[in-house]
Write a protein that binds this ligand. Structure first.
Ligand SMILES: [Zn+2]
Length: 214
């Protein structure tokens, strides 16, 4: 068995080296995805044979076969809040406010085929409601990174009855984009990307495996 695996690996490497860079890239993505689903080495051998067949016979186009289609839904909601960046040299170290815009894209290879949701990934109203719930958590709050204020300052702010939300990350647009990506994923969505605008012209986004299948 080990002997066959070695042959397969050699065959695979030879194949990868003999094809052009763009195609090689997609084959590697394909291989990773394949191995993630099937841990058997025997499948690796089959894959190597397939890749080799692809080079010998260009009509057998793996790239075409691995092409996939995807539906995407986009929803947006915004919140107003104050934050500051601790240990930052510049004006962002002072408390200031933003209207943060959060744009979520969810994806699916297939649509529902019956009932109320026929022809949809999910009802827009449900997506909007779920996003709003996450975003409203920060609305009209002072967002504070845990441990970035003196305990006495925090107590004084709380005594003023200010709405304070403590987070365990530095509250940048980048961190928020991952935060909302993770939150919507935990709600069961297949999230394509999460984008957070900190100002009308500056935004950060987070996505995972942009070349992967859905
Ligand atoms: Zn800011």
């Amino acid at each position: 068995m080990v002997y066959f695996i070695r042959i397969a690996q050699r065959q695979f490497i030879r194949t990868i080296l003999s094809i052009n860079k763009t195609r090689a890239y997609f084959y590697i993505v394909f291989l990773k995805r394949y191995l993630r689903r099937h841990s058997s080495c025997f499948l690796f051998l089959r894959l190597a044979q397939e890749l080799r067949a692809e080079v010998i016979s260009p009509d057998l186009n793996i790239f075409e076969r691995m092409k996939h289609s995807v539906y995407v839904l986009k929803s947006e909601h915004s919140f107003d809040s104050a934050h500051f960046l601790a240990n930052y040299e510049g004006k962002c170290r002072s408390i200031h406010g933003h209207r943060w815009r959060v744009i979520i894209e969810i994806k699916s290879a297939a649509l529902n085929t019956d009932g109320q949701l026929d022809g949809m990934i999910v009802d827009f109203s449900k997506l909007k409601k779920d996003l709003k719930e996450e975003v409203d958590y920060f609305d009209h709050a002072l967002i504070i990174e845990k441990g970035s204020l003196k305990p006495s300052t925090l107590t004084a702010l709380e005594e003023e009855d200010f709405r304070i939300v403590e987070v365990d990350f530095r509250p940048t647009a980048e961190r928020f984009s991952k935060y909302f990506y993770d939150r919507m994923t935990s709600k069961g969505y297949q999230v394509k990307s999460a984008m957070v605008y900190e100002t009308p012209t500056n935004a950060a986004s987070y996505e995972e495996d942009p070349h992967g299948a859905v």
